[in-house]
Design a protein around this ligand. Sequence first.
Ligand code: GLC
Length: 550
Amino acid sequence: MTPTDDHDWWRTAVIYQVYPRSFADADGDGTGDLRGITGRLDHVAEVGADAIWLSPFYPSPQADGGYDVADYRAVDPMYGTLADADALIDRAHELQLRVVVDLVPNHCSDRHERFVAALAAGPGSPERGMFHFRDGRGVDGELPPNDWTSMFEGPAWTRVTESDGTPGQWYLHLFAPEQPDWNWDDERVHAEFATTLRFWLDRGVDGFRVDVCDAIVKAPGLPDWPHTTHGVVEPVEGVMPPMWDQEGIHDVFREWRRILDEYDGQRILCAEAWLPPERAARIVRSDEMHQAFNFAYLSLPWDASAVRENVDVSLRANDAVGAPTTWVLSNHDVMRHASRYGYDGPVELEAGVGADDPQPDRALGLRRARAATLLMLGLPGSAYLYQGEELGLPEATALPDTVRQDPIWERSGHRIRGRDGCRVPLPWTADGPSFGFSSSADPWLPQPTDFGSYAADVQQADDDSTLAMYRRALDTRRSLGLGSGSMTWLPSPDDVLTWSNGAVVVVGNFGTDPVPLPVGEVLVASVPDAAADGVLAGGSAVWLRVDDQG
Ligand code: GLC
């Protein structure tokens, strides 16, 4: 059975990200797997999502959590089999959940057969043409071909040893050395990915989240670029970095779009591109991708005017090209928002927190996170949720350094802890080995000892829980059509945002003092005590049904 035929489902969809390694483990080896996910899909449907997006589950040496893909058209045995993937897709569709999978086109694993062949074939070979191989600079080619740095620290180039044992050419990797970048100037790369798209579309997936899609085309000649980029990519002195958002990416997106449009239903492409809203909107023109993540929104501090400005800019940019705006607060790359908002100052999204670092204020972080979520879900467009945020799960901020897996930890010389803290396996039950994640008491990343207090089964029974708030909000969002609505700002004091979306007035108080509320029926409140006696408490949000919005 396929989900009900709604051509424009993606314009308003709430898409729940599943990180397969940490969602649920059916075979008891301490690592999540596809059967585990299938067994827990009811939870996602009950939360009220419209779709799931699965981070990579393809064969991979896991040098970068599966974003180093060795085979795009298979399932890693640690996650199961292709039959398990088929069963997952079927079960999701039965539950009216669409399925989006991850496409990783900027780079593969150094164990991918094409890269292995390129290494063996030697300089100047057609096999090397599928990647960016260059001779080094310096007298003996001992220096990298240009000055680009990897997103995971250190040079973006690695020198290979040729088959005769001599030091040879260099290859480009914007991420880890185990992730060589494909050369999208080579037609065979286009053919590879067309085959991969069709492979998964034929199996019934509803779309692709496209990893680092804005980096696939590099500026001709790979010119030097002595700057580093973190977070949303901004032009430097009016020039975009030569590895980000080059004009040629759009032709590739159009090519992929034509493939998707050959299929029935509406299959979608969602761009992972850390670009400002105005630039990301160029990716979602009508013949390119359908959606792009709004990472500028995710990066905002807890600040009313910053949120307002982003909402205005994002809606304007996307409206201009007829695309829905998307909203997101957490994913597998950034500190969970329940912890981010527990700090007073700005937070480095991907840097991670160690046991000896300043710790977030948990209660404050969760309170603001629930408010932030309610505000996000009150906006028109599509929203992305990250597994565990519906439980108010905090970042694991005291992981022992010895268990860290994010490649940036090693590559930064143990300076940057990285993203493991948001990837810890989920707590499903208050008790039991690994809180119901697995029958093993030894999951691939250790869970904080108090994770059981966030468990889904505990929250299920509690009407005031974070889970209950997510369910109520998503139910109300759907029944009142907030995703397909439009928003209008209403007057409000400093530190407060108020807008109408159809019959609903959304109010968020970013300050600490209570503020007066419009008269109306409380539909959803971020915390039980948020709206009482005509006022909205600090650090909270509410949806009201107000008959006269005048
Ligand atoms: C994306 C992924 C991230 C990965 C990187 C390289 O940003 O979300 O997890 O490390 O791409 O593939």
